[in-house]
Design a protein around this ligand. Structure first.
Ligand SMILES: [Zn+2]
Ligand SMILES: [Zn+2]
Length: 628
């Protein structure tokens, strides 16, 4: 590491030198900020090995951000010596054939000194203070301009030399106004345009485009711009190389500087590659986008419930055994027992009194006609059996409902129903069997007990007419349930969608359930995570400039008439050259139309651009909407 030197560094004494830290780059006495600095003396010595040593040392020091050229007085002058020698010998007519023949070793060595000197200047210029010193130095600009004028990148050494000079040019051109008639070495623009368009060296292309970008950023230099600038063509040519970020950066910067001049932007609307250029610029913005996919729920939330094989509870019907029990009883005990069998206490249960009474009447008017209790008595007995139950009148609006509260129909668990015997038209009293096999054995017992030769099937409501006992045995097996539960249809999910959250489930007949509300439950949304890099923003600026140019209309500006003074900047047509202006106007209108059409073509691409900042996103939205 380099020890930073300060102006107040102690004068080096012999004693001090003896104890100096001799680690690499710590040799303080080489770094002393005086005219007799060892490195400076070595460069000036004329001894090649000494010069080589000093430049080698400086090359390493120049990369350090604590290296200040001004701390070694005279160093800057010394560093220009070898580059100047290089230019003189390169311009010498006797060395024209140097790309063909190998140079003598000492010439080769001196060329190396020149390149090293420039490399030191270039690396040191990364530090702002050094950059200021180098750009202010009286030798910098002449050297750089002369090298651009003289050198052609035919050899590697010349290319390297040119590249350093172009980078040093970046330091001297800001704010430099190049007079319109400058020629030769005083006008670097033609040479830079030529290199940006025709060089095969990527670094030289980037450097040239960047230099042009700086030069044309000074508005007074816009007189040198042409609509068919080779640099414009080069920028468009390299724009698809999205992976090469430094190159793309230089291209979009140049494009932006070029298009920032309104006449150039207007002229670009007539450019044959306008649409492709727009597409490339938008593509560049898109390629820098960092998106996150999100999904947003829309519409009513879909209510689902897991699909479970929960059997629907079925209202209890009296079995043969229960009916037999009831027949042995007298009223009102029979009514009490019937209620116990048919109903159960349920806090939120409710049934109408008519319903309740109809159940009783239907059952007993059939079994023991004429021997039934009156309706009022039956309703009254409910409270005796179910203390919490209550017969009451509910007023709903103007209508009255007579209900019994606190009771509900007793329900049967039908999960075992599959394995229950249904022989004998009414339910067989045997309890549900444990398995399908046991049920088969049980049913066959019924068949075997038949005494007739032929008999109809007695299973449930089976319409099978008389069969021989053998055939009947085979037939009854068709009534038995499968040993495995029926598999679900492959497309059936494991949830059920319900119309609403409190819709009852399960219900006896699921096919009558209303459809759940329609509509997608979520839509994908793209969200930008970070702001785009500056090069993408420059691309956006280029697109925006072209959009504004294509949509700018002189017609919208107030014209001068009896009531208006006219719009400043809008030159009104003069009477004498109406003819010429008409064709100019027509051509201009065609260009605007062309620009608008180009925007219509890239609208789809443009609508995919997402930018975090609202203002910039507003630009994009405006451009998309205007191009509909
Ligand atoms: Zn049975
Ligand atoms: Zn049958």
């Amino acid at each position: 590491m380099l020890q930073p030197t300060t102006p107040l560094a102690r004068p080096a004494t012999g004693a001090h030198r003896a104890v100096a830290n001799v680690n690499d780059d710590y040799e303080r006495w080489y770094m002393e900020g005086t005219n007799n600095n060892r490195m400076l003396l070595s460069i000036r010595s004329g001894i090649l090995t000494e010069i080589g040593w000093a430049l080698d040392r400086l090359c390493r020091l120049a990369q350090n951000d604590q290296f200040f050229i001004r701390n070694i007085p005279g160093l800057l002058d010394a560093l220009f010596e070898w580059p100047e020698w290089y230019l003189v010998q390169a311009g010498d007519s006797t060395s024209k054939s140097r790309s063909l023949f190998c140079a003598p070793p000492d010439v080769e060595r001196k060329r190396r000194f020149a390149l090293d000197s420039l490399a030191i200047l270039r690396n040191a210029s990364l530090n702002e203070s050094n950059a200021g010193d180098i750009s202010q130095h009286k030798k910098t600009k002449p050297l750089v301009l002369a090298s651009l004028f003289t050198l052609r990148a035919t050899t590697d050494a010349d290319s390297e030399f040119l590249l350093y000079c172009i980078e040093l040019l970046h330091l001297v051109v800001p704010g430099w106004v190049i007079p319109p008639r400058s020629q030769g070495a005083m006008n670097p623009i033609p040479r830079l345009l030529d290199m940006s368009a025709n060089s095969s060296n990527r670094s030289i292309i980037i450097g040239s485009l960047h230099a042009l970008h700086i030069i044309f950023s000074t508005p007074a230099n816009s007189v040198h711009l042409t609509a068919d600038s080779p640099a414009l063509e080069a920028s468009l040519r390299y724009l698809p190389l999205l992976q090469d970020k430094p190159l793309i950066d230089a291209c979009v910067n140049y494009l932006y500087t070029h298009l920032s001049h309104p006449p150039m932007a207007k002229a670009f609307l007539s450019h044959p590659n306008l649409t492709s250029a727009l597409k490339l610029l938008v593509n560049h913005i898109l390629s820098e986008q960092v998106l996150e996919e999100q999904s947003r729920a829309v519409g009513p939330q879909l209510v689902t419930t897991p699909l479970v094989a929960s059997p629907v509870a079925r209202p209890h019907e009296l079995t043969q055994a229960e009916i037999a029990t009831l027949l042995t009883l007298q009223e009102p005990a029979r009514c009490f027992e019937w209620m116990n069998m048919m109903f159960t206490e349920k806090a939120d249960g409710e049934m109408t009194q008519v319903e309740f009474w109809t159940q009783y009447r239907d059952r007993f008017s059939q079994l023991t006609p004429g021997n039934t209790l009156p309706a009022a008595d039956v309703i009254k007995h409910v409270t005796a059996i179910f203390p919490q139950a209550q017969a009451m009148v509910v007023n709903i609006g103007t209508t009255q409902r007579f209900v019994v509260r606190g009771v509900a129909r007793r329900t049967d668990d039908v999960s075992a129903e599959r394995l229950k015997c249904a022989w004998g038209r009414v339910q067989c009293d045997a309890p549900p069997c444990a398995s399908a096999g046991a049920l088969a054995d049980h049913v066959l017992e019924h068949v075997n007990a038949i005494e007739e030769v032929e008999h109809e099937c007695m299973w449930g409501l089976c319409p099978q007419t008389a069969l021989s006992k053998d055939a009947l045995r085979r037939h009854v097996l068709t009534h038995l349930p499968e040993s495995q539960p029926t598999p679900l249809h492959p497309e059936q999910g494991n949830t059920i969608s319900l119309p609403s959250a409190n819709f009852p489930n399960p219900i006896p007949n699921p096919t009558t359930r209303p459809h759940p509300p329609a509509g997608k439950d979520s839509i994908p949304i793209k969200k930008v995570l970070i702001d785009p890099p500056s090069s993408a923003l420059t691309s956006l600026l280029c697109v925006r400039v072209l959009f504004r140019t294509a949509n700018a209309s002189v017609e919208t500006a107030p014209k001068r008439d009896a009531d208006h003074f006219g719009f400043p900047g809008v030159v009104e047509d003069e009477e004498e050259d109406v003819q010429e202006d008409t064709t100019m106007d027509e051509r201009e209108e065609q260009a605007l139309e062309r620009g608008k059409r180009a925007f219509m073509r890239v609208r789809g691409l443009l609508s995919e651009v997402l930018i975090k900042q609202d203002t910039l996103q507003g630009w994009v939205t405006e451009m998309v909407q205007a191009s509909m």
